[in-house]
Design a protein around this ligand. Structure first.
Ligand code: GLV
Ligand code: MG
Length: 308
């Protein structure tokens, strides 16, 4: 899958903006993305000082090529505009995306897009470089997810927020990410697919949210394995113990990766030899055609991005 703004996002580490120790430690962890959080991981009284801590961490930290994201507060609070202005004016050059939580409609994405454009123009930054990640965290966001995904060329990914989402629909459980007791099938299938379809229809990535039982690595692997199987690009990680699992699960297995490269080579060879006249060929016992090439390209692309 190639998107306009594709970035590796297998592991997206949540880092509370109000915790200097975590802001420091996160820099050395082997994640694809960090997001410095001004929203739910920061207590209301800590939010203002956290803005400055985030600006300093972005400007002075060594993030070693990771994608750098800041999660601002959602538009129903009074914090959002100052979050955006302080962080982008103070550290715009060291920032790849802003994450907007609890997005309920396309206008909320547009409002952030417009504010970003004004700041970029004022500061002399390249207009449009800073991307947006939109979190879907309630029923309204989910029913509007197509329009949300189409709202701005800055959008890079749609992110599922299971904790807020489960609360919003009154799901009968307290354990985020796990199946609610009493329902015999996968309670998240519809939500994940809905988000994935909207993301892919608009050339965006799709990222799964947190698994809060941070010591339960098997549980993390199981939950991550489901969204990875559907096609999600990655998942939040809340603890160093979840990182290796995420990087592994959202990369293809070695065998699949090798097979994908083989299919690409074989198909390119056959089609070029036949001077463009042949569209299908045999690879061992399997018939491969243009659709096989596309499937192989997805796996090979993910593997190459993972350095396989
Ligand atoms: C993340 O923000 C969540 O609500 O799960
Ligand atoms: Mg949330």
């Amino acid at each position: 899958m190639t998107t306009a703004r594709f970035r590796p996002r297998r592991s997206c580490l949540a880092v509370p903006g109000s915790n200097p120790r975590f802001l420091e430690k996160a820099q050395g962890l082997p994640v694809d993305q960090v997001f410095l959080d001004l929203e739910d991981a920061c207590a209301p009284l800590a939010k203002e000082s956290a803005r400055q801590a985030v600006v300093e961490a972005l400007n002075e930290g060594d993030w070693g090529g990771k994608t750098r994201v800041v999660r601002v507060n959602d538009w129903t609070t009074h914090w959002t505009y100052r979050d955006v202005i302080t962080v982008v004016e103070g550290a715009g050059a060291g920032l790849d995306c802003l994450m907007l939580p609890k997005v309920q409609d396309a206008q909320q994405v547009l409002a952030l897009d417009m504010l970003l454009t004004q700041i970029e123009k004022t500061m002399g930054f390249e207009v449009g470089r800073i991307g947006i990640e939109a979190q879907i965290e309630d029923a309204r966001g989910l029913v509007n997810v197509d329009a949300i995904a189409a709202a701005s060329p800055r959008l890079e990914t749609i992110v599922f927020g299971p904790a807020d989402f489960m609360a919003s629909i009154a799901m009968k459980t307290l354990v985020v990410g796990q199946q609610p007791p009493g329902y015999p099938a996968d309670a998240y299938h519809y939500v994940l697919m809905r988000i994935l379809m909207a993301a892919r229809a608009h050339g965006l990535q799709a990222v799964d949210g947190p698994y809060l039982q941070i010591r339960d690595t098997d549980g993390f692997r199981e939950v991550a394995g489901r969204s990875a199987a559907l096609g999600f690009d990655g998942k939040w990680v809340l603890h160093p113990g979840q990182i290796e699992a995420a990087n592994d699960i959202y990369s293809p297995g070695q065998e699949d990766y090798d097979r994908a490269e083989l299919i690409l080579d074989a198909y390119a060879h056959v089609t070029s030899r036949a001077g463009g006249a042949r569209g299908a060929a045999m690879l061992g016992d399997e018939m491969i055609d243009e659709a096989s090439r596309k499937m192989a390209l997805v796996i090979a692309g993910k593997g190459r991005a993972a350095g396989m």
